[in-house]
Design a protein around this ligand. Structure first.
Ligand code: WQD
Length: 353
């Protein structure tokens, strides 16, 4: 029997790619997204890729009654993948209460519905940011969480702890926490991808927007760190590999392969790359030179982090398929697509609002 999965944040970057992967692996999907940080045009891209028009519930997940209505209407939801959250580190420093209200309020309502409607499987979008500045790299799932570097990171840590406490009180629901490293790249079709609202914060979209001329010059935030070339080290993971890990996590839970009812997985490539190496990789992969300069360190930046992903490989059967070249060429193809995007999809207009 086809299993129905609710994806919150389905119009978002990782949400839309995960919808594609779930559909391609035989799942029925519905989305809940109020498009406050995304555009419904992304679901049109999902439809073009898969031929499936995904039903989206445009609800505020911080409103319990609106959220609960989804479950009243869909009594056969086998699992939930919860992406919906604000994720801009810098904004979270300026507006911490907005982040606590939105990210924690929505999670509480989802957990309340899981409890009331006895939803058996739950996948939570977490982040390597829960590790803070790790003492040793690569980090494993047993690496202790350290003080969050931002209110955004704190919402991910609190989210994990809330789900752990919920799991301890509710043996009927099985949860997986997925700690993303640095999601990057786009679907090969260039019909879906990362769509930053206003000026991007993350490195890869800054690279592609610099390459296409939207940003005049990229600033490397510091080259005086204790790393091989002085710039920070990160673990870039292709968004399609990340998406497939969500499908594998749902299967893992449906097949009752979990040892506890709250399992944690690192989702990173396992390769650390510096900021300067990322810039070079883009230039070599696309042949497009980048105009960049070295600037001051960005407060709150972690010096170096990358994943030990053995647990996801072993327990989920997850094998990342895409490398750095794929990340950079697909991100560039997507950036060019948006540039020439017909207005009717409203992708650009939304971003400029
Ligand atoms: C990476 C490196 C910057 C922009 C955050 C969150 C994480 C996840 C991804 C949501 C850093 C440098 C960046 C620029 C630069 N959140 N950089 N110039 O901070 O590792 O992770 O975003 O999905 O949870 O913590 O990602 O891409 O912002 O920065 O030099 O213009 O690139 O200093 O060293 P980060 P990032």
């Amino acid at each position: 029997m086809i299993k129905k999965i609710l994806v919150t944040g389905g119009s978002g970057y990782i949400g839309s790619h995960t919808l594609v992967d779930l559909i391609e692996h035989g799942f029925e999907v519905i989305s809940a997204d109020n498009n406050s940080r995304s555009t419904i045009g992304m679901l049109e891209g999902v439809e073009k890729i898969t031929g499936v028009k995904v039903k989206n519930y445009n609800v505020d997940l911080c409103n319990f009654d609106e959220t609960r209505a989804i479950f009243e209407e869909n009594n056969n939801i086998e699992g939930i993948i919860h992406f919906a959250a604000y994720k801009a580190v810098g904004e979270s420093v300026e507006k911490p209460l907005l982040y606590f209200h939105n990210n924690m309020g929505s999670l509480v309502n989802i957990l309340r519905c899981i409890e009331e409607f006895k939803i058996p499987n739950f996948v939570f979008s977490s982040s390597c940011t829960v590790y803070g500045n790790p003492d040793a790299i690569p980090v494993t799932e047993d690496t202790p969480r350290k003080n969050a570097e931002s209110p955004y990171g704190l919402t991910k840590q609190m989210g994990e702890q809330m789900i752990e406490a919920f799991a301890a009180s509710n043996a009927t629901t099985n949860s997986v926490l997925l700690r993303y490293f640095n999601p990057a790249g786009a679907h090969a079709s260039a019909l879906i991808g990362e769509l930053p609202i206003d000026r991007p914060q993350n490195l890869t979209p800054v690279i592609t927007q610099t390459a296409i001329g939207k940003i005049p010059q990229l600033t490397v935030f510091g080259n005086d760190y204790p790393t091989r070339d002085g710039s920070c080290i990160r673990d870039l993971i292709h968004v399609c590999d990340l998406a497939h890990a969500h499908t594998l996590s749902i299967r893992f839970l449906l097949n009752k392969k979990n040892k506890t009812n709250c399992e944690v997985f690192n989702l990173g490539s396992g390769d650390g790359i510096t900021v300067l190496e990322s810039i070079r990789a883009f230039e070599e992969s696309t042949g497009v030179p980048l105009n960049y300069t070295i600037g001051e360190r960005r407060p709150g930046d972690v010096v170096a982090i990358y994943a030990n992903n053995d647990k996801a490989r072993t327990a989920l059967g997850w094998v990342p398929q895409f490398g750095l070249k794929d990340i950079m060429t697909s991100a560039w193809k997507w950036e060019q697509y948006i540039q020439n995007q017909p207005k009717h999809l409203d992708l650009r207009a939304h971003r400029l609002n």
